[in-house]
Ligand binder design. Structure first.
Ligand code: GTQ
Ligand code: FE2
Length: 348
């Protein structure tokens, strides 16, 4: 058969095979476009109701045992549009720990945080510092820090875990190490970071910390909520009302380099303006009653609910109460996007 009568398909196939043998290719008609005009996220907006989560947590508490090797008992907040993760970058899970249990020591390159939802009497050790975990506290386990948790109280305890696992995975930078001992040794000064940096106002003179690593590991509910209360008396931001970000007190950057954390309050009767931005958000409703409208879908929420907002989805928030503020904790991936020059936002 001469070249001239070869079908286009056969020629194309032959070319593809030749290129492939050199680890090269040209665009094929079956390929999707290289670029889209704006982000086309496969992630779907989602809503988890407190009553469902409570029932499911009790169920996994009865059915799943904690074992050595660094396993945790968690309910992962999944997304129907994604093969993995709560958002394209973040895994959020609810950890359920029973009195007397130990979640044994390990470390990983994924950055992590805990936000305490319910209960008291558990503590966590992070690189030798020990912190009691109480409702509303934010505790960090920056990348590659050792951490373990023990529950010494007498009621089940639950907290939100957030890790940038999807981001770290996409960069093929996953490392994990389990410890030989269930719990780490605690250093002579078990709360050094809080004593030095916890005010958020001062730092040690002649500080020798490496500023890229946040030296502060715990943000108490009391101090964070007092800051929010003060800021909530100011005029509202049109899109977020009052939202304060937890920060690294040495650099003024976000508390973790990739994951953003914020406490938000919506004043009574507030209905924010709609906007959209790159980056994904997971919300936990601490108190109040309201609604979030995401790309035309309305999620009616109450205390204990979770919601997730996909990248570039138009969203607005409503406080349904005319006398009580609503308070929400959010995690997002804005710090990662900003560092890469990918953060954008616009009013709807
Ligand atoms: O508590 O260390 O939900 O390593 C997922 C991975 C919790 C933890 C999670 C973890 C942890
Ligand atoms: Fe962990």
């Amino acid at each position: 058969m001469s070249e001239a009568v070869m079908s286009d398909t056969v020629q194309r196939q032959a070319l593809a095979e030749e290129l492939d043998s050199f680890n090269c290719r040209v665009a094929q008609p079956t390929d999707g476009p290289l670029f889209t005009r704006d982000p086309q996220s496969a992630m779907k907006a989602a809503h988890w109701k407190a009553s469902d989560l409570e029932r499911l947590l009790t169920k996994i508490g009865a059915k799943l045992k904690l074992e050595a090797g660094g396993q945790r008992r968690t309910l992962r907040l999944a997304n129907r549009g994604l093969p993995f993760g709560t958002t394209p970058t973040i895994w959020a899970s609810i950890q359920y720990i029973l009195p007397g249990e130990i979640a044994t020591a390990h470390r990983h390159t994924a950055s992590a945080l805990r936000f305490i939802m319910k209960g008291r009497g558990a503590d966590t050790i992070v690189d030798g510092e020990r912190y009691e975990m109480n409702e509303g506290d934010l505790v960090l386990t920056p990348a590659w820090t050792w951490h373990d948790h023990e529950h010494k109280g007498d009621e089940p305890m639950i907290w939100l875990d957030v890790l940038d696992i999807s981001l770290v995975r996409s960069m093929h930078a996953t490392f994990f190490e389990g410890s030989d001992v269930p719990r780490q040794a605690v250093s002579d000064i078990p709360d050094r970071s809080y004593r030095h940096y916890g005010s958020g106002l001062m730092r040690p003179l002649n500080d020798t910390s490496r500023p890229a690593l946040n030296p502060l590991l715990v943000y108490s509910a009391e101090r964070a909520q007092e800051a929010l209360r003060l800021a909530a008396a100011l005029p509202p931001d049109p899109f977020d009302d009052t939202a304060l970000e937890y920060l690294n007190p040495l650099t003024g950057d976000s508390a973790l380099p990739t994951i953003g954390t914020a406490l938000q309050s919506l004043r009574p009767g507030m209905h924010t303006k709609a906007h959209r931005h790159t980056g994904s958000v997971v919300y936990y409703v601490m108190r109040g009653q309201g609604a979030t409208i995401v790309d035309g879908t309305t999620f009616e929420w109450g205390a204990g609910d979770f919601m997730s907002i996909p990248p570039w989805a138009v969203h607005e928030h409503v406080n349904r109460s005319y006398d009580t503020p609503a308070m929400l904790f959010q995690v997002n991936d804005f710090p990662a996007l900003k560092k890469l020059g990918l953060y954008r936002e616009e009013a709807a």
